[in-house]
Design a protein. Structure first.
Length: 335
């Protein structure tokens, strides 16, 4: 089912997995409303704890199912108590003399839903690609911290490009992610393999920061960060960091594209060092970083990345954005 509000989006985005919520935000007996690609969805869990995603709309009178309740393996509409089970079929219409004589048309619209890496994922149509493999986030010897989520007034494409943009670190995050004395972006090349972009870079790290001791660099004077990126189209990034020793960190960032001017970024960070550090240290650090980014990204016009390379001005150090824009078009994910 497609609502008019989704018309501005490439239909191909519907056939991709998108994160819609952190797993811990969907409680056992409370439905949760979320927006995805202009569609209002309701998430809920059955008795086994399996998450389900429906259009947030009861076929009877268009009421939001998210205002209802979850009872056993069914979600119950708040208006007239119709009950739907996980495949979307209606099991009971209490107003009928025989409540089980349900017409075939009485159904909720259900979508592909899965749960991994601490997030719930939805694809509005059969997904074209599997989720990225990030074994570190499922490895008990690593610690994982969930940060955010970060809701910004922009399209998901702007939030993703910001995450991959090297040139801004010394300017937007001086002393935290970049060293203003070393603004030159090292050369790097991007390999595009269908819907995955891969690139590596060794770039200047900010000197160790006493307020946020989050990174694993041993050199503190002019440290260098080795970053290996995988950008999985359309909006998921796996970033592996190293500093030449055994300390490793993985950033897993994925956006929920809500509409043309609203997106929410979900972030899971894994590390194999400082395992005892409280989650709040990384969470507060990322809240600062994402707050700094938000100001500039929400000011960008248009709100959505212009995918035609003739728009905006690309220099050699913008190789990732160029490759991203090309690949989004080549895969039909952007106009
Ligand atoms: S509107 Fe949902 S049961 Fe009537
Ligand atoms: Fe940034």
């Amino acid at each position: 089912m497609t609502t008019p509000s989704v018309a501005g989006h490439a239909p191909a985005l519907r056939a991709c997995w998108h994160p819609v919520a952190a797993s811990h935000d969907l409680e056992a007996d409370a439905p949760l409303a979320v927006d995805l690609l202009g569609e209002a969805l309701v998430l809920w869990r059955d008795r086994a704890g399996t998450a389900h995603a429906f259009l947030d709309l009861c076929i009877h009178r268009g009421t939001a199912l998210s205002l209802g309740t979850v009872e056993g393996d069914e979600i119950v509409c708040p208006y007239h108590g119709w009950r739907y089970r996980s495949d979307g079929s209606c099991t009971r219409i209490p107003q009928l003399a025989d409540a089980t004589r349900v017409p075939a048309k009485a159904r909720a619209t259900s979508f592909n839903c899965s749960e991994r890496y601490g997030f719930i994922w939805v694809a509005l149509e059969e997904p074209r690609w599997a989720l990225p493999e990030v074994p570190e986030l499922e490895d008990d010897t690593w610690a994982t911290v969930l940060c955010g989520p970060y809701t910004w007034a922009c399209d998901a494409s702007r939030q993703v490009e910001n995450f991959t943009d090297f040139g801004h670190f010394p300017f937007v995050h001086p002393g935290l992610l970049g060293d203003p004395e070393r603004p030159v972006v090292p050369s790097h090349t991007v390999e595009t393999d269908d819907h995955v972009l891969r690139y590596d870079i060794v770039r200047p790290e900010a000197p160790a920061n006493d307020d946020f001791p989050v990174f694993g660099n041993e050199v503190v004077v002019a440290p260098e960060r080795r970053s290996r990126y995988e950008l999985h189209l359309p909006y998921t990034i796996v970033l592996r960091l190293g500093w030449g020793g055994r300390a490793g960190m993985v950033y897993f960032f994925a956006c929920r594209p809500e509409g043309p001017d609203r997106t929410t970024g979900f972030l899971a960070i894994g590390r194999n060092y400082n395992l005892e550090q409280p989650d709040s240290v990384l969470q507060e650090f990322e809240d600062v970083i994402f707050g700094q980014d938000r100001l500039v990204v929400e000011s960008q016009r248009p709100e959505r990345v212009p995918f035609d390379l003739a728009d905006e001005l690309h220099l050699t150090f913008d190789a990732v954005a160029v490759a991203y824009r090309r690949a989004m078009r080549a895969t039909g994910l952007a106009p």
